[in-house]
Structure formats: structure tokens, C-alpha cells
Design a binder for this molecule. Structure first.
Ligand code: HEM
Length: 298
């Protein structure tokens, strides 16, 4: 969590993108849980001078922060405004527009397509000697599905993925150069994707289709259509939010199944366990491990 203070804006806005000093080594970032456990015991709430922000490690405290948007705002301002960086009541209204597309019922409707794409990707890998879980399966699967949901042409998926990854990349370390590089890369990525989706918006305005972009174009909030900036923010958020998260979830689940041979055996014998394995991976080895808020009252 970042405090509002008279510091250079850069520090405030990017604090949660710089690794904590305890996680400066990649091996720790790949398996940070013993470190979190120690921090939870030693300093459940602590101020980190280097990143100029507060870190909160305990479940109840985190829950309190996330449930009190008036005290702890989502307005972090690193990217163009999107629902991710909005507070209620504006957040609630805009969020309602896309809720319908992500209900269990709506997701169930695309289940067959997700299975087909997975089967296709696995079929492709069969031609090779080895499988790279990220490049061959966990990376392409979410981007194909999200691109299709949005209405972006499937053949653009490589370029979409490249820029989507750029937008979630963190700084390599806490040096000014690393932070500046990250900021520049993110700006370029954002500019690219804005132009990309602006083109599709134009096409859908002229020829509506059954996709999320058309749905957003036709949506109204308080009797008004979304502005171009809001539309672009939505497209980019949906693309970026769903990509790396899902890739990491698949990768983390596969890592556990691969390493825990007893569990692997159980799952092979009874595939009904798979939904539980996914749920447990979300809890035990989650793709998102830190989220930021800005203290709105001092
Ligand atoms: C395993 C996969 C996923 C994980 C772990 C995950 C995690 C999260 C987390 C922790 C947040 C809250 C961030 C914050 O409040 O600061 C969030 C927000 C969001 N995610 Fe995901 N996500 C996943 C998949 C997806 C997918 C597939 C999509 C859509 C294609 C998506 C779209 C969004 C959107 C639109 C928000 C903003 C919601 C809001 O502010 O109300 N996410 N996600």
C-alpha cells in the first residue's frame, strides 16, 4: 500500500511494481511463501523505505483494506483509467457491464471452445520432441480465448500477447534505470494496444458483431455511451488481466502436479479431482500475490 505524501510521483505510483528487498532473487520470487510466512510473523504491517510504501501481510488486514475503498483507494494511476483503478460508485457501474460475460453460466458456454483449443494445442505439441508448458499451452490458451471473446482477430494473437506481457512486466530491480525502462516499455505497449483496439472499435461501429467489443460499444452508463478512452481502457484491461494470470495459474498447477507424484497418481486415477486442484492452486500457489491500494485518508 502506498501512502500519499510529498514524494516524487514516480515512487508512489510504481512502488508495488518493484520487488520487495526480500524478493530480489528470482528463486525467491518463484517460491516466496517461506519468506511471506516469516514476514507475517516478524512484521505483519511494515513501512518499506526503499519503495516508500506500507506492506501488509495478514489476511484480515488485507481483507479490511480491500473492503474499504474510501480509506484505501484503487486509484493508482499507472495506466490509463480502467475499472481496476476506479472506486465505487463509478467502479460498480462500469464493472456491471462486463459481469454478465464472466458468470459461471457464460463461462460454461465457452467451455467446449476452451477444450477444443486445448486439444488443438496439445495436438500441435505431439509433433515435437519436448513440450514447453508456457510457450506451447499455458501462454497461447488464454490469449486465444480472450482475443476471441473480445473480437480481436485470432491471427493477431502473437502480437497481442507480446504487448499484453509488456503491460504486466515489473521492474528488474529497484534502480531508477530499471524503473524508467519498465515505465517506458509499458507506455509503448499501451500506445500500441490503444491504436490496435481503436482500429477494431472503428470496424465494429460500422459492422457490429457478437463480441465483447460490440457489447461495450452499445453499452450505456447513466444514459451515456462509454467514451473512446473508457472503451480502450476496458479492452486493454480485459486482455491484460486475463492473460498472465491464467498462464501462471496453469503453469503453477502443472508444476505441482509434476512435482507431487502421489497427487499426480491420484489425479490420473480420478480426473474428478481436477477442479479441486485448480481451486487449491489458486489458494496455495496463486498467480497474483500482491495488489496495491493508495491510502486516501491520513
Ligand atoms: C487465474 C486467473 C486470474 C487471477 C488469479 C486474477 C486475479 C485478479 C485480482 C487479484 C484482481 C484484483 C486486482 C485489484 O483489485 O487490484 C483482478 C481483477 C480483475 N480481473 Fe482478474 N484474475 C484472473 C483472470 C482474469 C480473467 C480471465 C479476466 C478476463 C478476461 C480477468 C479480468 C479482470 C478484471 C476486468 C479485473 C478488474 C475487476 C474490478 O476492478 O472490479 N481476470 N483479477
Amino acid at each position: 500500500m502506498t501512502k500519499q505524501a510529498a514524494r516524487p510521483a514516480k515512487d508512489e505510483r510504481y512502488a508495488n511494481l518493484i520487488p520487495m528487498k526480500e524478493l530480489q532473487f528470482e528463486k525467491d520470487r518463484l517460491f516466496p511463501f517461506p519468506i511471506y510466512e516469516k514476514l507475517r510473523k516478524l512484521s505483519p504491517v511494515r513501512y518499506d523505505k526503499q519503495r516508500d510504501c506500507w506492506d501488509v501481510f495478514k489476511y484480515d488486514d488485507v481483507q479490511f483494506i480491500l473492503k474499504n475503498p474510501k480509506l484505501f483507494s484503487s486509484k493508482r494511476g499507472i495506466q490509463a483509467e480502467s475499472i481496476l483503478t476506479m472506486d465505487p460508485p463509478k467502479h460498480t457501474k462500469l464493472r456491471a457491464l462486463v459481469n454478465k460475460s464472466f458468470t459461471p453460466k457464460a463461462v460454461k458456454q465457452i467451455e467446449t471452445r476452451i477444450k477444443d483449443v486445448t486439444a488443438f494445442l496439445l495436438q500441435e505439441v505431439r509433433q515435437k520432441d519436448t513440450i514447453d508448458m508456457i510457450d506451447d499451452i499455458a501462454g497461447p490458451l488464454p490469449v486465444i480465448i480472450i482475443a476471441e471473446m473480445l473480437g480481436a482477430p485470432i491471427e493477431d494473437r502473437h502480437i497481442i500477447k507480446t504487448y499484453s506481457d509488456v503491460l504486466v512486466s515489473g521492474a528488474k530491480d529497484s534502480s531508477d534505470k530499471a524503473v524508467d525502462d519498465m515505465v517506458q516499455k509499458r507506455r509503448d505497449g499501451h500506445a500500441f494496444l490503444s491504436n490496435y483496439f481503436r482500429d477494431i472499435l472503428l470496424k465494429r461501429r460500422a459492422h457490429p458483431k457478437e463480441d465483447l467489443i460490440t457489447m461495450l460499444l452499445q453499452s450505456e452508463v447513466d444514459g451515456e455511451y462509454l467514451t473512446e478512452e473508457q472503451l480502450l481502457g476496458f479492452c486493454i484491461l480485459l486482455l491484460v488481466a486475463g492473460n498472465e494470470t491464467t498462464t501462471n495459474l496453469i503453469a503453477n498447477a502443472v508444476r505441482y502436479i509434476t512435482e507431487d507424484t502421489a497427487m499426480q497418481q491420484q489425479i490420473r486415477q480420478n480426473t474428478d479431482y481436477i477442479p479441486n486442484v485448480i481451486e487449491e492452486t489458486l489458494r496455495y500457489y496463486p498467480p497474483v500475490q500482491a495488489i496495491g491500494r493508495v491510502a486516501a485518508e491520513i
